[in-house]
Each structure stands twice: as structure tokens, then as C-alpha cells.
Design a protein around this ligand. Sequence first.
Ligand SMILES: [Zn+2]
Length: 53
Amino acid sequence: MALLRTRGRDLLRCRTCGATFPEGQATRDGWHYECPEADCTANGIGDGLRRIK
Ligand SMILES: [Zn+2]
């Protein structure tokens, strides 16, 4: 079970709107990720969003 790891401090960057945000803001269930910006529909690690350190 790796779900708890998703509450970490990693930052994600949206490939669509360029926003950066903590990983925890981009997911509710630790599985599906989407950009937290209201008017942006980017989703998916490595697809719409990418992990930055
Ligand atoms: Zn976005």
C-alpha cells in the first residue's frame, strides 16, 4: 500500500497552464491527479502534469 506516500512534499507542474502545486493539492484519492486550477483540465502524472523536485 503506497497511498500514504502521495501526501509527500513533491511538487507537480502543469504542462498546460504552467502552475506548480504540492502533490496533495492535485489528487483526492492518491491515484487520479489533475491540475487544481479551476479553468484547467490537465490531468495525469507524466501526461498533463509532471513531477518536479
Ligand atoms: Zn493546469
